[in-house]
Design a protein around this ligand. Structure first.
Ligand code: CP
Length: 311
């Protein structure tokens, strides 16, 4: 088993070797999506169930495409169209799905820890597609793949992660993986959006956006997660945008070769200006493209795939 793990639940504790194996494999899989026939027989006969209890465009679709490009049978279930609406709980839902012998269960849930709970009740490999404000490991891996494509070496790269860190599973998964790979991470945002004690994860904290992005190789903007905030954490959206929105004017003071990432969905004009989002430093749509290759790689490796690769 090349990854030495049964499930992919988070990047916390994921070894450098495992991360590099996933990125190497994903790089080799990128080409499949450019072929006239975008399909290889690698996971023929395998069944993947996407179980999404939260909304998703990029993650759900790319898991489905990834599974299908590997020839797996992919079943999509959303919370709102499942028997959850009749009162069935998460564990019973998963156990009933497992009774149909899937090979991989991909789970997104609003409750932090939901995939860890499920692994106690089902036998098949689980991939966390985002649990509450906790982890989103395949997002971090696709972000790292995007950086690998542009910067070649990740060790020593400096990254500013900007915005609502407190509610961001993307930030948490990236911080764990980036620190494992020897990257320098600064989290930037207003005090209410920066968890107390986050320095313990090995990151720097900065509250001034201009200072935070001045000399970094990568700026990762985060969506303000209005849906996870009991009350908005700063006085107004306009003030947030003025202080923490990435504009061309601000970007002009950063390094000329800086890369701008955003996991999506974007609050247009709030955390990032449209011309930055669509500008030459932005690799946002490349991130989306890499989501397919990374999810193909994760499924392939969890199913026991190794260095022999695929054709
Ligand atoms: N980045 C991300 O997780 O996007 P979706 O919520 O659309 O899947």
């Amino acid at each position: 088993m090349p990854l030495a793990i049964k499930h992919l639940l988070g990047t916390e504790g994921l070894s450098r070797k495992a991360i590099e194996t996933i990125l190497d494999t994903a790089l080799s899989f990128k080409e499949i999506s450019t072929r006239p026939i975008k399909k290889v027989p690698t996971l023929r006969g395998k069944t993947v169930i996407n179980l999404f209890f939260e909304a998703s465009t990029r993650t759900r679709t790319s898991f489905e495409i990834a599974g299908k490009r590997l020839s797996a049978d992919v079943i999509n279930i959303t919370g709102s169209t499942s028997s959850v609406v009749k009162g069935e709980n998460l564990i019973d839902t998963a156990r009933n799905l497992e009774a149909m012998n899937p090979d991989i269960l991909v789970v997104r849930h609003s409750a932090s820890g939901a995939p860890w709970l499920l692994k106690e009740f089902v036998d098949c490999p689980i991939i966390n597609a985002g649990d509450g404000a906790h982890e989103h490991p395949t997002q971090a891996l696709l972000d790292l793949l995007t950086l690998r494509v542009h910067k070649k070496t990740l060790d020593g790269l400096s990254v500013a992660i900007v915005g609502d860190i407190a509610h961001s599973r993307v930030a948490r998964s990236n911080i764990h993986a980036m620190k494992t790979l020897g990257m320098n991470v600064t989290v930037v945002g207003p005090r209410p959006m920066i968890p107390v004690g986050i320095e313990a994860l090995g990151v720097n904290v900065e509250h001034d956006l201009d200072k935070g992005i001045r000399d970094v190789d990568v700026i990762m903007m985060l969506r303000v997660q209005f849906e996870r905030q009991g009350a908005f954490l700063i006085p107004s959206v306009r003030e947030y945008s003025n202080l923490y929105g990435l504009t061309q004017k601000r970007l002009a003071r950063a390094r000329p070769d800086v890369l701008v990432l955003h996991p999506g969905p974007v609050n247009r004009g709030i955390e990032i200006a449209l011309d930055v989002m669509n500008g030459p430093r932005s690799v946002i749509l490349e991130q989306v493209n890499h989501g397919v290759a990374v999810r193909m790689a994760v499924m392939y490796l969890l199913m026991g795939g190794g260095d022999e690769g695929i054709n």
